[in-house]
Design a protein around this ligand. Structure first.
Ligand SMILES: Cc1cc2nc3c(=O)[nH]c(=O)nc-3n(C[C@H](O)[C@H](O)[C@H](O)COP(=O)(O)OP(=O)(O)OC[C@H]3O[C@@H](n4cnc5c(N)ncnc54)[C@H](O)[C@@H]3O)c2cc1C
Length: 423
């Protein structure tokens, strides 16, 4: 029987494993953390009155593989609602006339016949002083939500994401962890071996023969291997403790990985004794100009949990700080936006979680974004090395939306199908 090792037990690794097991393969998963799920991390307990998501939270649209797995598993999900509003000093901010310029920006993006970085695009088409606010908004949107570095990010790819809109978003009842548990159970029932707290350090290989050495000095052998590690691990420098050595080296694939972007994010989840936004207008998302700029509640579920989000550049000055420091900044941001003193907020705080993904071992970041070189890079990474080493994960997905759980699941499934064809 053919033997496959899968490195990483997130959505992509579990999906690839399940697909291979369904075709009678012998599969072993090796995961560095002490739990499965990777960037899916539902927190149950910790003082929160309901499960909260430190990582993936939303299903961004009617995404076929995610929804079919949830339906197959009988896991319920619900539509989210609530308008997006701008808030400043406790009041809804009046629109600044940006909408008109934003339409112009989207039209120009749609008309672009060759790709360029967002910085170059704004410099070429929106350099006039009258577009200063638009330029700042576009950069902050790309950094904040796509975690993109605008000096390398692909304008065409951002356009594809931005033109999809916010309709049809869902949350999973009980959290994304339900999906991970379902995949794990399915894999185990089909004979999969799962090793956690096992960090891969070195991969010796030749065609159809792989020897893997872990940090805890275990050795695994197989015919083929699928790496589903986050891009940050493939970006790691040789002196970094995350670096994985390939013997012989595979420089073409590793340098291709360098041409796909990987951004940072910090998520702050706070539960208060009361609704501190005092919102009477059913707003779901609050955009502010604060250090932690974006906040959302759990509508349509009524509770007093607020989630803050800082992505891209906003993370740079925060990521090396302690959780307590970041909590202080978060409370200050909320206090400024909703005109409540930090003392009041602190006294009402029931539970909190700072999810600083930059500091998360073996993840070190949020999710991928497309640079202008990503299309070619993904083609290279999706090509197996000598039909023996395969790559998978959210960053390799060619469709939209990228950087999502759906992207990870789709990539895992496709990689397994590709591997099966090489037998
Ligand atoms: C804060 C945040 C919010 C997000 N929100 C959403 C959202 O709302 N909706 C959405 O669809 N997506 C969201 N995402 C993105 C989504 O979570 C990811 O795209 C997806 O979970 C990635 O799955 P993956 O299997 O590709 O990678 P991962 O989940 O990262 O799995 C890779 C695994 O490899 C392991 N690993 C790394 N190195 C080694 C090693 N050397 N040896 C062994 N194992 C190793 C890691 O520990 C990890 O478990 C969010 C991500 C973050 C961080």
């Amino acid at each position: 029987m053919n033997n496959v090792l899968i490195i990483g037990g997130g959505a992509s690794g579990l999906m690839a494993a399940l697909e291979l097991l369904k075709h009678g393969m012998q599969v072993t998963i090796i995961e560095a953390a002490n739990r499965l799920g990777g960037r899916i991390c539902t927190i149950k307990g910790n003082g929160f009155s309901q499960p909260v998501e430190a990582g993936a939270e939303f299903i961004h649209g009617d995404l076929p593989l995610t929804l079919s797995l949830l339906n197959e598993a009988g896991i319920k999900y619900h539509s989210i609602n609530g308008k997006m509003v701008h808030v400043e000093k406790g009041k809804r901010k009046k629109e600044s006339g940006l909408d008109h310029h934003w339409n112009e920006l989207m039209q120009q993006m749609a008309a672009l016949n060759h790709d360029m970085t967002l910085d170059d695009f704004l410099h070429t088409f929106f350099a006039d002083d009258k577009y200063a606010t638009l330029r700042a908004s576009a950069k902050s949107f790309a950094g904040g939500f796509d975690l993109a570095d605008t000096s390398t990010a692909s304008t065409q790819s951002l356009y594809n994401e931005w033109s999809e809109g916010m309709e049809g978003q869902y949350r999973i009842n009980g959290g994304y962890e339900e999906l991970i548990q379902y995949l794990k159970t399915q894999c185990i029932q089909r004979g999969c071996t799962i090793n956690t707290e096992c960090c891969v350090k070195k991969i010796n290989w030749q065609k159809n023969e792989v020897n893997v050495l872990t940090m805890c000095s275990r050795i695994f052998k197989a015919d083929k291997i699928i790496l589903t590690v986050p891009l940050s691990i493939l970006h790691a420098a040789p002196e970094s403790k995350n670096y994985i050595t390939f013997e012989p080296a595979i420089p073409g694939h590793i340098s291709a990985a360098g041409n796909i972007g990987f951004g940072n994010v910090i998520k702050i989840i706070l539960e208060f004794n009361s609704d501190i936004t005092k919102d009477k207008n059913a707003a779901g998302f609050f955009l502010t100009d604060e250090a932690i700029p974006t906040w959302w509640n759990q509508l349509p579920v009524n509770n007093t949990i607020l989630t803050g989000w800082a992505g891209g550049e906003k993370v740079t000055s925060l990521k090396d700080n302690t959780d307590e420091y970041i909590l202080g900044i978060a409370l200050q941001s909320l206090g400024n936006a909703f005109q409540i003193s930090v003392d009041d907020l602190s006294s009402q705080l029931k539970a909190y979680k700072i999810a600083n993904w930059y500091k998360e071992p073996c993840i070190h970041g949020g999710y991928s974004f497309n640079t202008i070189k990503s299309t070619e890079a993904k083609k290279i990474l999706r090509r197996p090395v000598n039909d023996t080493i395969f790559f998978s994960g959210e960053a390799l997905y060619e469709g939209s939306p990228g950087g999502t759980v759906e992207a990870a699941l789709q990539s895992g499934k496709k990689t397994a199908e590709l591997l099966l064809k090489t037998l």
